[in-house]
Design a binder for this molecule. Structure first.
Ligand code: PLP
Length: 385
């Protein structure tokens, strides 16, 4: 009989959602299923309230009170592209890091060719850590933007985004934080740390469904929209509105999805993010301790300030071989390979095969870690000779 699934792929998408998330999505589809901000009838108003409430919840989580500056998107990739495409013009320079996801590096590489922007990639060390001084030393009078992840999706390393923000803003440079991995796992308080742009995804550590994301924009300035179209506002004009959030929200939003995302964030606010972070930290430390006991295993960035993502390899075996074994024989879902971040793997010397990645969530348990450790040991015993 197939064992209960152990889901350790939360950095890709959180596998277990709070029941309130599923209920909110179903309730929206059953009872409030109309177009938000378009028609004006009572159901449409209810749908619009869902959207507004989601902006408020995101604002509460990040301590950011300009709700109109919270743009709802379909994922972090869209949020990152809005800023990267919207701000960089021919001749501009941008600084980023080798730990970034392809959702940062690909749009930048595209603009390098198409708009002749200069992209400086700061190399992290073997632990995935960036020295903020390297960023400082790369600034020129043409540097317009710094893009940095809040936590690596490969090693789980937390970045010193606060220090980098201070450097950026002192030098009058905009900073875009990729919080795809950090939202829900790292406390970001906008009042203390007013980043220019924070890109968020809903389906990972915020427990929302796929197809939801957001972009927090400090000021509505010099950023061109990525898309143009219907917004439900200023319908008499064929010119796209310039006010927020409509400037960046063309087309009907994913109302059921944002109902779910609101419930996911409400769950986090109810538990308190500090408690979620603390539980995940304990569980991740336990996982690392158990992995360290297996001599055939190499852990990457084992001793850094981190989120609940851990990369490792079993010496002499392909990561995909191990992940397949865990899935097919033990019902353990993990990710293997490059995790859409090839430069990060070049940094930690795991390119081109990558790593096995375990990424935990608030819903995982110590027992599941034990099950996975036993499964790794059984793989090693089976394949030793
Ligand atoms: C650091 C980082 N940035 C961006 C993304 C893209 O997120 P999404 O697929 O939700 O757009 C991911 C997804 O894995 C990520 O880990």
């Amino acid at each position: 009989m197939r064992k209960k699934v152990v889901y350790f792929d939360n950095a890709a998408t959180s596998g277990i959602k709070p029941p309130s998330v599923i209920k909110a999505i179903c309730d929206c589809l059953k009872k409030k299923n109309a177009n938000p901000g378009r028609s004006g009838h009572s159901l449409s108003v209810k749908a619009a309230e869902i959207i507004y409430s989601c902006r408020e919840k995101i604002g509460e989580l990040f301590n950011f009170d300009k709700t109109e500056n919270i743009i709802l998107t379909k994922n972090a990739t869209e949020s990152l592209n809005i800023v990267i495409n919207g701000i960089l013009n021919t001749g501009d320079e941008v600084i980023t890091t080798s730990m970034e996801h392809n959702s940062v590096l690909r749009p930048l590489t595209y603009l390098k060719e198409k708009r002749h922007i200069k992209v400086t990639i700061i190399n992290a060390d073997l632990n995935g850590q960036i020295n903020p001084k390297d960023i400082l030393n790369s600034i020129s009078d043409k540097t317009k933007l710094i893009v940095v992840t809040s936590a690596s999706n490969v090693t789980g390393t937390k970045m010193d985004v606060e220090k980098i923000r201070e450097i950026a803003q002192y030098n009058n440079i905009k900073i875009l934080v990729d919080a795809a991995q950090g939202a829900g796992t790292v406390k970001i308080d906008f009042k203390k740390s007013p980043f220019d742009f924070i890109a968020i995804t809903g389906h990972k550590h915020l427990f929302g469904p796929q197809g939801t994301g957001a972009l927090i924009i400090k000021n509505n300035e010099e950023l061109e929209p990525l898309m143009f179209g219907g917004t439900g506002s200023q319908s008499e004009k064929i010119i796209h509105p310039g006010f927020l959030p409509d400037k960046f929200e063309s087309g009907t939003l994913n109302t059921p999805g944002f109902a779910g995302l609101s419930a996911g964030i409400e769950f986090i606010l109810g538990k308190k993010i500090e408690n979620i972070i603390s539980y995940e930290k304990q569980l991740t430390n336990y996982l690392i301790k158990k992995l360290k006991e297996i001599e055939e295993i190499t852990i990457y960035a084992a001793n850094v300030e981190r989120v609940s993502t851990v990369s490792f390899n079993i010496n002499g075996f392909q990561p995909s071989e191990v992940a397949d074994y865990l899935d097919k024989n033990h019902g353990i879902c993990v990710r293997s390979g490059l995790h859409c971040a090839p430069e990060a793997h070049k940094t930690i010397n795991t390119f081109p095969n990558g790593t096995i990645r375990f990424s935990l969530s608030y819903f995982n348990t110590k027992e599941e870690v034990d099950t996975s450790i036993n499964a790794l040991k059984s793989f090693i015993i089976k394949n030793k000779n």
